[in-house]
Structures are given as structure tokens and as C-alpha cells.
Ligand binder design. Structure first.
Ligand SMILES: *Cc1c(COP(=O)(O)O)cnc(C)c1O
Length: 376
């Protein structure tokens, strides 16, 4: 009996993408094997961290890397590192009053449920602009927001089709101003993979001090991991605050099995054939588009890019006959003995090829065909 069967929890075919509520992604055999090996031996955690960080930095074309317990903790630890860098000591030795007065500049357009980490850290968030195109922040205004309490900027890159609204100064202009004032810019790009070039684009190409990615989304590492990549002088402070040292990092530890798992996953991701995966996604979308036509209840259109602004196609369901809703179809697919998990966004249902095999794609298509044939 499998573990999920034993526990009475149903397994899901993932037609939605890298959503945390269903476990993000599936790990490869090689990553699982690395975790198993790592968990069965003792090592000095600091030595293992140093080796994994060095290798991930090399693989991602960055000066330095730190593995964190997810991307939110990555943002939290990156801003904590900014405070440590400003005061020249571990966060635990900094007066709580100074932490409370530390200012992090954010555009209102970039506020999101994941930045709660900053509120928990206790810093002051200085907000600029609005989440729309009406009164965009200008360089002078941004410059004016920098004070002697500013420790850093948290920036969310916007992507065509993604959920970050307009209303921020461009990232390159933000970085240029911050460089003049010696203020680190932290980019939260947790879900901005693919393309894999983003692993170095924000830092090496654009000059951000650090970028944070989720390890459990498209990288297919352990779901509880994240990556902080960027400048050594900043990330060295993240290491000071990090597990296994006492301090803020101690409450978000990353085990040796997770370190081995994310290292293996990054290695595989960097070596993976991005064009082949894109072509496979197009093939799945084309298969759904071809399957329905004249006289059917619904059909599919190609939708690009996807909800996170990732450059990968997905199939969007268009209901032509008003006999069933997207929400009802979603429910029906979810209640199948072999359950399909999908997401309704703004009233539309999608099939996202990101995390499915060809066999699963064919199964999902047959489930849609069954609904269509029944209602026709
Ligand atoms: C998913 C996501 C996070 C959180 O990542 P975790 O690894 O689950 O902590 C943070 N920021 C953004 C923009 C995300 O999309």
C-alpha cells in the first residue's frame, strides 16, 4: 500500500502548474536518491552548506548562493542580511529599535501576500506609487524616499500576462539609483522560472544585489527550499544569520537531505532542454485545440504566457454552449476516481502542461471528451 493510500489522501493529476497547495512540482529520481543518501549519513552542516552554496553559485552564474527554507524565508533572510550589512553585525546583536526603524522601499504595485515576511521581521515598509498606470513613480520621487534608515528595496519583476500590476519604476532605473546610494535591491522572482536564464538575469545582467527563487516550483527541488543568489558581500551576512547559527535562521532550518535535493535539482534544471519542454507544451496545447470543434460544448485556445507570466503555452477552455460552467467542469474533473486538479482564473479554466506527462495529458483530454460527449 502506498503512503497516500495508507493515509487516505487522494493523489492528483496536476493540470494547474506549480501551485504550492498541491505540492508545487514532482521531484526527480536523482534528487530523491540524493536526499535519501544525505539523510543516512552525518556530516558537518556548515561544511555541506558551504559546498552546496559554492556549487549552486557556479551553476547559476552568481557570485554566491544561499539555500533557504522557501522563497518567503529567502526574502525575509535577504532583508535581514541587508540590515546586518548596514550595521556590520548579526541580526541578533542589533538593537530591536534599529530593526523596527529600518526602512525597506517597495512599490505599492509590488505588495503581495508573500511580503508578510517583512512585517514579521518588523521593518518599516515605505510604499511608493499605486498599482496602476495613473501616477507612475518617477526617479526623483524614488530618490527622495531614500533616507539614512533605508536598508534595501524589495522588487517584484513584472512580466507580460503575470499578476504584478504596473506602477513601479523600471528595475534597471531602480538599480541605477540604488547603486548611487549604496542600497541593495532584492528581487523576488520566486516563480519566474522558466526561463532558466533568469537564474542570472536579475543579478549578473541587471545588477540586483540578490534574487530569490522558490526551490519547490519549477526547479523541482524539495518543496520547502528556496534559493537566494547574488553578491557575496550581502550573502555572507545571510550566512551569518543562517541556520545552524543561533538567531533568526535557526527557526527556518534546511536539513542536509534538502540541501542535497535542491543541489541535484538545480544541476538537472540548468542542464535541462528548455526548447524541448516548450515544444512539448505546444504539442499538448495543439492536441487540446484539435480535439474539439463544430457542434461541441466547448473548445480550447492557446494562451500565452501563463498566469505567472512564464513563457510557456497552456490551453484555455472556451465554453460555447451554456449548459455547464468552468467551475462545474473543474469540480467534475476533481471528483473523478483519478482526480484532476485544475484552476479557474477570472472565470476561465486552463490546462497547464507545465507539470504533466504526455500520458497524463491524454488522460485529461479523455476526461474533457467524456464531459463533452455526455452533454452534446
Ligand atoms: C511562490 C511565491 C513565493 C513563495 O515561495 P515559497 O518557496 O513557497 O516560499 C514568494 N513570492 C512569489 C512572487 C511567489 O510567486
Amino acid at each position: 500500500m502506498g503512503i497516500y493510500e495508507e493515509l487516505g489522501v487522494k493523489t492528483l493529476v496536476n493540470a494547474a502548474g506549480t501551485y504550492t497547495i498541491i505540492g508545487g512540482s514532482k521531484m526527480s529520481e536523482a534528487s530523491l536518491q540524493a536526499m535519501k543518501e544525505a539523510a543516512s549519513q552525518h556530516v558537518e552542516i556548515r561544511a555541506l552548506q558551504a559546498a552546496v552554496h559554492r556549487e549552486i553559485a557556479k551553476l547559476t552564474n552568481n557570485e554566491a548562493a544561499v539555500v533557504t527554507a522557501g522563497a518567503i524565508i529567502g526574502v525575509y533572510q535577504a532583508i535581514a542580511a541587508c540590515i546586518s550589512m548596514k550595521y556590520g553585525r548579526a541580526l541578533k546583536y542589533i538593537n530591536p529599535k534599529d530593526v523596527k526603524e529600518a526602512e525597506v522601499i517597495m512599490f505599492r504595485a509590488h505588495r503581495n501576500p508573500y511580503d508578510r515576511g517583512l512585517e514579521i521581521l518588523g521593518v518599516k515598509i515605505v510604499e511608493l506609487g499605486y498599482p496602476n498606470n495613473i501616477d507612475i513613480v518617477v526617479e526623483e520621487q524614488f530618490e527622495y524616499a531614500i533616507t539614512d534608515k533605508t536598508v534595501g528595496v524589495l522588487y517584484l519583476p513584472s512580466t507580460v500576462g503575470g499578476w504584478v500590476p504596473p506602477g513601479a519604476l523600471d528595475l534597471d532605473k531602480t538599480i541605477a539609483i540604488c547603486k548611487r546610494h549604496n542600497i541593495p535591491v532584492i528581487v523576488d522572482a520566486a516563480a519566474q522560472l522558466p526561463p532558466k536564464s533568469n537564474l542570472w538575469h536579475f543579478t549578473r545582467d541587471l545588477g540586483a544585489s540578490a534574487v530569490v527563487f522558490s526551490g519547490g516550483k519549477y526547479i523541482k527541488g524539495p518543496q520547502t527550499t528556496g534559493l537566494m543568489l547574488g553578491e557575496k558581500k550581502l550573502l555572507d551576512w545571510a550566512v551569518v544569520n543562517n541556520f545552524p547559527n543561533y538567531g533568526i535562521g535557526r527557526m527556518s532550518k534546511v536539513g542536509r537531505e534538502e540541501l542535497a535535493g535542491i543541489y541535484t535539482a538545480v544541476k538537472e534544471y540548468v542542464a535541462s532542454d528548455e526548447a524541448a519542454k516548450d515544444a512539448e507544451a505546444e504539442e499538448v496545447v495543439a492536441m487540446f485545440m484539435k480535439a474539439f470543434g463544430e457542434g461541441d460544448i466547448f473548445h480550447f485556445e492557446r494562451s500565452y504566457p501563463n498566469e505567472a507570466g512564464q513563457p510557456m503555452a497552456r490551453a484555455k477552455l472556451i465554453i460555447d454552449k451554456d449548459v455547464i460552467t468552468a467551475a462545474e467542469i473543474r469540480e467534475e474533473l476533481y471528483n473523478l476516481p483519478r482526480a484532476i486538479f485544475s484552476m479557474v482564473e477570472n472565470g476561465s479554466l486552463y490546462v497547464n502542461p507545465m507539470m504533466i506527462t504526455m500520458e497524463e495529458a491524454e488522460y485529461i483530454l479523455s476526461a474533457y471528451q467524456a464531459i463533452n460527449n455526455r452533454l452534446k
